[in-house]
Write a protein that binds this ligand. Structure first.
Ligand code: AMP
Length: 218
């Protein structure tokens, strides 16, 4: 089963996506990571993207759909996780033309504003592989202070992980992305998990959902 994660910022879609990638052989597509890679190239397009992200707004469908379609070409038949797409109803409708929805479920990681804000403000990421770490949560701290466990480069704070941009991103989620949940609920493709739980418990719940869906399909 392919998985679409829908969640407010800092709810843990990247962390869970990484677990699934490492333990279950998924191909993870994070549209946020794709955009940050574009910014790192220091192109004119990257500068435009950086400006929009720093305001907590959404990138245009034209740009994001092009990046997504290019990434889908690399999947090589693997099952995939979509982390950060779709974020609008229009994106959800476009996605129906790209993926096999019968083999895809949507998981909503439900989190409240205060918990998400705390996680966002405590987050560090690896500029090379995009893995998220936490300054506060022992489960997600790097083995060596401020250094990525895998790439051994210095971790950084994301430009949009500050109080003001976080608030705007959360509002954007409520206005633009939350309505997408009804779209998948109507298609009977929606599962919900309490994202305030520990990461290990969230991961166990995801695996339970995948197991139950597999059993239902047989
Ligand atoms: P994320 O890493 O998923 O938190 O995404 C970081 C930022 O990238 C978001 O706040 C948006 O500005 C932008 N972004 C990521 N995915 C999308 C998308 N599907 N559509 C539009 N903008 C996106």
């Amino acid at each position: 089963m392919n998985i679409i994660f829908i969640a407010a910022p800092a709810a843990g879609k990247g962390t869970q996506g990484n677990y699934l990638e490492r333990e279950c052989g998924y191909y993870r597509i994070s549209t946020g990571d794709l955009l940050r890679k574009e910014i790192a190239k220091k192109t004119a397009l990257g500068a435009d993207i950086e400006n929009i992200i720093s305001k907590g707004e959404l990138i245009s469908d034209k740009i994001i759909n092009t990046l997504l379609i290019n990434e889908f070409k690399k999947i090589n038949g693997k099952k995939f996780i979509l982390d950060g797409y779709p974020r609008t109803l229009n994106q959800a409708i476009s996605l129906d033309d790209i993926i096999d929805i019968d083999n895809t479920i949507t998981i909503y990681l439900d989190i409240d504003l205060e918990t998400a804000k705390e996680r966002s403000l405590g987050r560090l990421i690896c500029p090379k592989c995009g893995t998220s770490y936490s300054k506060d949560n022992p489960e997600l701290m790097p083995k060596k202070n401020d250094i990525c466990d895998d790439c051994h480069v210095k971790l950084i704070v994301r430009d949009d992980d500050n109080e003001e941009t976080f608030k705007k991103r959360f509002d954007t989620f409520l206005e633009e992305t939350k309505p997408v949940l009804s779209y998948y609920q109507y298609k009977k493709k929606l599962y919900k998990i309490d994202a305030r739980l520990d990461d290990d418990d969230i991961f166990e719940n995801i695996k339970k959902i995948l197991k139950s869906v597999d059993v239902d399909k047989k």
